[in-house]
Design a protein around this ligand. Structure first.
Ligand code: DC
Length: 229
């Protein structure tokens, strides 16, 4: 069966990665979480003194970009690739609140995006890839055969992230998470470089009231339509 490129974009904490990961597993495709790459750059910036509170020293980060190497290694326990920053496992660190609060600032920088987009395109050059993010269907793979734009209400998304952090035993406040979700939506949609917009040929899916199984079934049908014709 022919291999295609699948782009899943949408708002934060919509379940894009769950959806993308499950589909990649079923199809034997490579899964790439592009948000993890922006998170890893943010963690590097934090660890190397580029941030003073929420204030970023952009020039300092620009000069460090060539020292940042991001890679993924499949974790059979979670069924997902874990993120490595300069060969160090950073999968849980990149999901903490300190990184979440700063990642939109880093992801809005043109030189960071140019570097990440180039790496993402290299990951997908053989096709057979499911990638999730904000600009996959618009910028990274504008020719992707299947594009999904995922959304859900901010409250439902905040609840999902809250449950996720609690399940991992991490401290979490629902109100803080909700504020962070709304703030990131705003920044993601209003930044100058590659703002979050639905690609014209993407299918919109609001999964507020769908179970993961229902969502996966729907996605498989959409995939089959693309490979059968
Ligand atoms: O999906 P996520 O919450 O892990 O993404 C982290 C941040 O990275 C989010 O604020 C948006 C940004 N991002 C982006 O700008 N472009 C992408 N392709 C993926 C994520």
């Amino acid at each position: 069966m022919k291999k295609i490129t699948i782009a899943i974009d949408g708002f934060s904490s919509c379940g894009k990665s769950t959806m993308a990961k499950d589909l990649a597993k079923k199809l034997g495709y490579v899964y790439v979480d592009s948000g993890a790459m922006y998170r890893a750059v943010t963690l590097y910036a934090m660890e190397h003194g580029c941030f003073d509170g929420l204030q970023l020293n952009v020039e300092k980060l620009r000069n460090m970009m060539q020292d940042i190497h991001i890679s993924f290694q499949f974790n059979p326990e979670t069924g997902k690739p874990d993120t490595y920053l300069n060969n160090k496992h950073v999968e849980s660190q990149i999901r903490n609140m300190e990184v979440s609060e700063r990642v939109s600032i880093v992801a809005a920088l043109d030189f960071v995006r140019a570097e990440m987009v180039a790496q993402q395109q290299a990951f997908g050059k053989e096709k057979g890839v499911v990638m999730d993010g904000r600009d996959i269907g618009t910028t990274v793979f504008p020719d992707a055969e299947l594009k999904i734009f995922l959304t859900a209400s901010p409250e439902i998304r905040a609840q999902r992230r809250y449950d996720e952090l609690k399940a991992k035993g991490q401290e979490a406040s629902f109100d803080e998470i909700l504020a962070n979700v709304k703030e990131r939506d705003y920044i993601d949609q209003h930044r100058e470089v590659s703002p979050l917009v639905q690609a014209e040929d993407a299918i919109l899916l609001d999964n507020s009231n769908l179970t993961i199984e229902e969502q996966n079934e729907w996605l498989m049908e959409e995939y089959l339509k693309r490979v059968e014709d």
